[in-house]
Write a protein that binds this ligand. Structure first.
Ligand SMILES: [Zn+2]
Length: 300
């Protein structure tokens, strides 16, 4: 390319960028209802990566000797396709294994973007929750994507060919959350066991409990890891998780005390400063309500 041509091309690119910028600023005055968050690949260490943004929950992948292992698969097939394309930009190796941290749609519903026949690993209870959800005929296509390998609660499971441990400490956010721990990379994927900046979400209808959440956070803190990838935050540290654990335990102690003193849920929520739900209801029950129900229904 000669010098003049380079200048012309550069000028054209600049003009293009300027008009694109104008379009974007115009669009900004009328934002779309749901602006898509761009999907980005971030390296954790060695061959381990996490996928930030895209369609809902964070996910991750590990490039193994022969194939790639994916951890959680976004909320929609299109979201998962974007994820598969992003992985292909890092490695030409095929995806061979999918690990699901739990059964929530924003971690699982991208499954149909993958070929069938892959190894899919989850805890036994996550598989049960998925079987239950996929009884819905609208989700019939997902029945071909049920986990093919499961492991029991309380077992540290090391999948063949993957330098990771899968740990399920029992019910917490759901009835069967899995911690995916990579010792060499000093990192762990913790699904939705940690939510920072808002009340943790406990699906009591799936068998989750706040006391189980405490046990899971304690187990996470025992790992020799420095980086923790959760579904909806940027990478976390042990300091973050310790703070979250302390906050939950303090609330549990206060609610327990007030129940013993004969207080009602409404009185306890008021004393602990739980705000009234906005019009249309709260997105999910307050942690105080979850703890109150766990204690009164003896779900420890
Ligand atoms: Zn979840």
């Amino acid at each position: 390319m000669n010098k003049t041509l380079v200048i012309i091309v550069a000028a054209a690119l600049l003009l293009g960028a300027a008009s694109l910028y104008a379009l974007q600023t115009q669009a900004a005055s009328k934002p779309p209802a749901q602006a898509p968050v761009p999907l980005t690949v971030e390296k954790i260490s060695g061959n381990l990566y996490w996928l930030k943004g895209g369609v809902m929950a964070n996910s991750g992948f590990f490039v193994g000797e022969k194939s790639v292992t994916v951890i959680d698969v976004k909320m929609t097939p299109d979201g998962a396709k974007a994820m598969i394309a992003a992985i292909a930009r890092v490695t030409p190796k095929p995806i061979g294994t999918i690990i699901l941290t739990h059964s929530d749609a924003d971690h699982v519903n991208g499954l149909t973007a993958f070929p069938t026949g892959l190894r899919i690993i989850s805890s036994e209870n996550t598989k049960k929750e998925m079987e239950e959800a996929f009884k819905d005929d609208k989700l019939a296509a997902y029945r071909a994507y049920l986990p093919t390998v499961t492991f029991k609660a309380g077992v540290e499971y090391a999948p063949e060919g993957l330098p990771a441990y899968l740990i399920n400490v029992g019910p917490a956010h759901t009835s069967g959350d899995t911690i995916v721990y990579f010792p060499k990379e000093a990192a762990a994927f913790v699904g939705d066991l940690v939510f920072l900046g808002r009340d943790p979400l406990v699906h009591r209808q799936k068998g989750g409990t706040s006391f189980g959440l405490v046990r899971n956070l304690e187990a996470i803190l025992k790992l020799s890891a420095e980086v923790f990838i959760s579904g909806h935050n940027d990478p976390l540290t042990k300091h973050d998780i310790r703070g979250e654990l302390k906050m939950i335990q303090e609330k549990q102690a206060k609610v327990k005390e007030m129940i013993a003193a004969g207080k009602t849920l409404a009185e306890i929520q008021k004393t602990l400063g739980v705000e009234e739900p906005p019009a249309g209801g709260r997105r999910w029950p307050s942690l105080v309500e979850v703890i109150y129900l766990d204690i009164t229904e003896k779900r420890f």
